[in-house]
Design a protein around this ligand. Structure first.
Ligand SMILES: *Cc1c(COP(=O)(O)O)cnc(C)c1O
Length: 397
């Protein structure tokens, strides 16, 4: 019997292990030099001005929502075909999640559906949009920016699936996912199943200095030590009328923040993994190309969109007939395909807000047929062939 083939998995090299070990033996386990180094390398890779490392992708989303001031009564639009965290960050801040349907060809939040929502309400009804670079396919963020500007909205780009993904803008310029050109903030996750693994970890990227500074404070309890940001007087801080500068120990908690820090040894792992990110991307695109060629024109494939330029191929999704049968058959053969995603609006938690079946027809049709096939850089050619052979065998006997 063959070994288990998962849909995704991490790739830890000897260099990764050495990087972590060295950091464990250093003076800093957390809040040391590896964090800034990782942030710097990551923002260079993505092409953003700033990057803020945090404990996971969900924390990144939460901090973004806080930094943008989401609060009770505010409505934020997102896609139902995403991991729940993309929507939950709005709820953490007591805002209201409004789902808009996906484009059935790209599986991404549909701009036309979003526009319809915006047009149906007075301006000011909505505060922001959270598009997701689902599966690794880049959202046309330029188009979303135009719409957002028209309606005075902010954008958080959930790029968890798409480090290294890009689209070409109307001037034919390559725009990396999360590069901060169009979205106010973008977020990434370093969960082991994502492209870059830290165990747990996340990153926020932005080109906005003000938001960047807010995020730094919110990441660590709302505490700041920067002299120019301090609010209390020097004489209060020093408890001495004659003091002329803030004492070295002085810090202020100015807002209600969190402890969402990444550790230094996780950052060391991230730095090491990031060096191989492009190699991983090349492998993912090769795997996608083979799948696309294999399944092109097959009768059991529904709505397969083929190869896409700039796609980061976090997932390789196929829409098929008899999806349940295929899924179970693959499992019997120790191929653990996955379903991404059960539509968020139909989760019992969101149904409590009135969402119901039929609200998002494209997302619901997609959910009935989608299956994510094994897709990770260390998938061997033999295992890849085995997966494709089993899929063909299921439909053709
Ligand atoms: C993984 C993921 C998240 C959450 O990241 P964590 O690091 O697991 O908290 C959010 N959005 C999307 C689209 C994801 O895939």
């Amino acid at each position: 019997m063959n070994k288990v083939i998962p849909y995704g998995r991490q790739n830890i090299s000897a260099a990764d292990i050495q990087a972590v070990t060295e950091t464990l033996q250093s003076d800093f386990l957390t809040q040391g030099p590896k964090i800034a180094e990782f942030e710097n390398n990551f923002s260079n890779y993505i092409g953003s001005k700033y990057a803020v490392a945090v404990s996971n992708g969900t924390a990144a989303l939460h901090l973004c929502a806080l930094a943008l001031g989401v609060k009770q009564g505010q409505k934020v639009i997102t896609t139902p075909i995403t991991f729940a965290a993309s929507a939950n960050c709005v709820r953490y801040c007591d805002g209201e999640v409004v789902f808009a349907d996906i484009d059935p060809d790209t599986y991404l939040l549909d701009l036309v559906s979003v526009r319809k929502l915006l047009e149906a309400s007075p301006k000011g009804t909505y505060s922001g949009i959270i598009p997701v670079d689902f599966a690794g396919r880049a959202v046309d963020m330029e188009a979303f920016r135009l719409l957002a500007t028209e309606y005075g909205l902010w954008i958080i780009e959930d790029s968890c699936h798409a480090p290294g993904g890009f689209f070409k803008d109307t001037n034919n310029v390559i725009q990396n996912c999360g590069n901060g050109q169009f979205a106010d903030l973008a977020i990434f996750s370093f969960h082991p199943v994502k492209h870059i693994a830290c165990g747990e970890g996340g990153m926020i990227t932005t080109n906005d200095e003000e938001l960047y500074k807010k995020l730094l404070v919110l990441r660590t309890h709302g505490i700041t030590r920067e002299a120019e940001m301090l609010e209390n007087s020097i004489s209060f801080a020093a408890a001495d009328e004659s003091a002329t500068k803030y004492p070295n120990w002085y810090m202020e908690m100015q807002e209600l923040g969190f402890n969402y820090r990444l550790t230094d040894f996780q950052a060391a792992l991230g730095i090491s993994q990031l060096k191989r990110a492009d190699d991983g991307l090349v492998r993912r695109r090769i795997i996608a190309e083979k799948y696309a060629a294999e399944f092109k024109g097959k009768a059991f494939v529904k709505g397969q969109s083929g190869l896409v330029e700039g796609h980061a191929y976090h997932l390789y999704v196929l829409e098929v007939e008899d999806r349940l049968g295929l899924y179970n058959y693959l499992r019997e053969n120790k191929i653990f395909a996955q379903i991404h995603y059960i539509p968020c609006h139909l989760m019992p938690y969101y149904k409590k807000f009135g969402w119901k079946e039929g609200d998002m027809p494209n997302a619901e049709t997609y959910y009935k047929r989608c299956i994510s096939l094994p897709m990770f850089p260390t998938l061997t050619d033999a295992d890849h062939e085995f997966v494709m052979a089993k899929i063909n065998a299921y439909y053709h006997g």
